[in-house]
Design a protein around this ligand. Structure first.
Ligand code: DUC
Ligand code: ZN
Ligand code: ZN
Ligand code: ZN
Length: 464
């Protein structure tokens, strides 16, 4: 039986336009948009969105649920993490399946399919972390692209864990140039960083703030420059994840000014937090240990500018939560043992709306960087990332006037602290639909584990 839902009276905002329109949803898809109040649709349910925004569900292209790292695993499961995402107005995540060293991509991917299957509240896709670029993993990439895993993350950081050398990176990029896969790079010079880590620890510099000092901005810039040159040689497009340093962004800008298909992502933590947080006393700085690290506040203006000028296309969270108690604490007395990562999947849409309120970006740019661009970058735009006839009915009714205070006491992520504890923001998610089903209904969770389904993505829709 077909169900029809009508959302009336709201301001529909997409990356392309803002219109006062009624939105008709039928069988999980957007059926039609019409000028407000002009149509008699005969809906099963009518939702009054007067005074509210009607926006596409957020697409968070960088999350790590149940991610094994630093001898522990990130604290959100696919169930808890996708539920929290829904609370925050995100209706699609792309998480990272991990190839364990010495094992195949297939084994790694199947393990992640199994973790996510039947547990997610919202839709999900996978990138693949390639830990071991060799003849057989390169061959496997073709098959993965065919099943919708069309992006692969490599690291110039973390020697001995995820690290690839320049030859391996070049070969993966050549493969991407041939089969359409997008190579995503974690760009920091991990070999040099590991030297600085050992030297800092030998000097007795063990506090969390030294994590930010040894992971130098210049070493992010150097690796960013290097992977851009490798992508040019391979004639492949490139996506640099979690750009945090002004100097690294300058490398992207220089490449883009040459017309190269080089793309970049930043994250809310780099836009709203800084090394001041890493320096918080009583080991509290550990809450803010992630890589790339938080930077001095002066870097933020460049990142905001990059988002306005489209030198950065995407804001995703790199959501990788570890509890302060029992997990972050593993690094007391040695910052290098603090598991890297921060929670944020629930906060992204609100923080970026606050950026609209603060005048950093426009409303349409908010939707572009949080919904449309990540969908297009990772091959699912049209289905995800917009409100248009035929698109999945992933829709958020957003109250732009509601005030909220971010806090671990009220958030839904499975982690014992908020990176934004006490932060006041204007705007709040009210209702969320995922493929036409109410997942959040007037600030109540009405979704279920297992509603979310796997999204087989196409290749990038960005021009390259
Ligand atoms: N950075 C993080 O902060 N966490 C997980 C992996 C990464 O690259
Ligand atoms: Zn194996
Ligand atoms: Zn990374
Ligand atoms: Zn990450």
């Amino acid at each position: 039986m077909s169900t029809r839902t009508l959302i009336t009276g709201g301001l529909v905002i997409t990356a392309a336009e803002e219109i006062h329109a009624d939105v008709l949803i039928e069988d999980g898809r957007i059926a039609a948009l019409a000028s407000a109040g002009t149509q008699e649709w005969g809906a099963d349910r009518v939702v009054d969105a007067t005074g509210k925004y009607v926006i596409p569900g957020g697409v968070d292209a960088h999350t790590h649920m149940e991610f094994p790292f630093g001898g522990t695993a990130s604290s959100d499961t696919f169930e808890t993490g996708t539920r929290a995402a829904a609370w925050g107005g995100t209706t699609t995540i792309i998480d990272f399946a991990v190839q364990a060293v010495g094992h195949s991509l297939r084994e790694g991917l199947d393990a992640y399919y199994a973790k996510a299957d039947g547990t997610c509240a919202i839709d999900y896709g996978f990138h693949m972390i390639v830990s071991d670029v060799d003849e057989s993993s390169l061959k496997e990439m073709d098959g993965l692209v065919g099943e919708g895993v069309t992006s692969f993350k490599l690291f110039t950081a973390y020697p001995g864990v995820f690290y690839s050398d320049d030859g391996q990176i070049l070969r993966a990029m050549q493969k991407g140039a041939a089969n359409g896969a997008l190579i995503m790079m974690h760009a920091e010079n991990g070999i040099a960083i590991d030297v600085l880590v050992r030297q800092a620890l030998a000097r007795g510099e063990t506090d969390p703030r030294y994590h930010g000092e040894v992971r130098r901005a210049l070493l992010e810039a150097e690796a960013t420059h290097r992977v851009i040159q490798l992508a040019r040689v391979a004639e492949a497009p490139l996506y640099v994840v979690h750009v945090s340093a002004e100097e690294a962004l300058a490398e992207l800008v220089a490449a883009r000014d040459k017309g190269l298909p080089v793309f970049g992502e930043t994250c809310p933590q780099y836009l709203f937090l800084s090394t001041d947080n890493l320096a918080e006393p009583d080991f509290e700085g550990a809450k803010y240990v992630c890589s790339t690290p938080l930077r001095p506040r002066e870097h933020q203006a460049a990142l905001w500018r990059g988002l306005r000028t489209d030198d950065l296309q995407v804001v995703s969270t790199d959501h990788c939560p570890f509890c302060f108690t029992g997990q972050k604490e593993l690094g007391r007395g040695d910052f290098s043992k603090i598991p890297n990562g921060m929670p944020g999947v629930e906060n992204r849409m609100d923080l970026l709306h606050q950026a609209v309120v603060d005048g950093h970006i426009t409303r349409r740019r908010w939707i572009e960087i949080a919904c449309a661009a990540p969908a297009r970058m990772f091959g699912m735009y049209g289905k995800k990332g917009t409100i248009a006839p035929g698109a999945d009915a992933d829709v958020v009714i957003y109250d732009p006037a509601a005030e909220q205070v971010m806090s671990a006491a009220t958030h839904h992520m499975n982690v014992d602290y908020s990176a934004y504890e006490g932060k006041r923001v204007t705007g709040r998610v009210e209702t969320v639909l995922s493929r036409g089903e109410f997942v959040i209904d007037g600030r109540e969770f009405t979704g279920r584990a297992g509603h979310g389904s796997y999204v087989a993505r196409g290749t990038t829709q960005y021009p390259g």
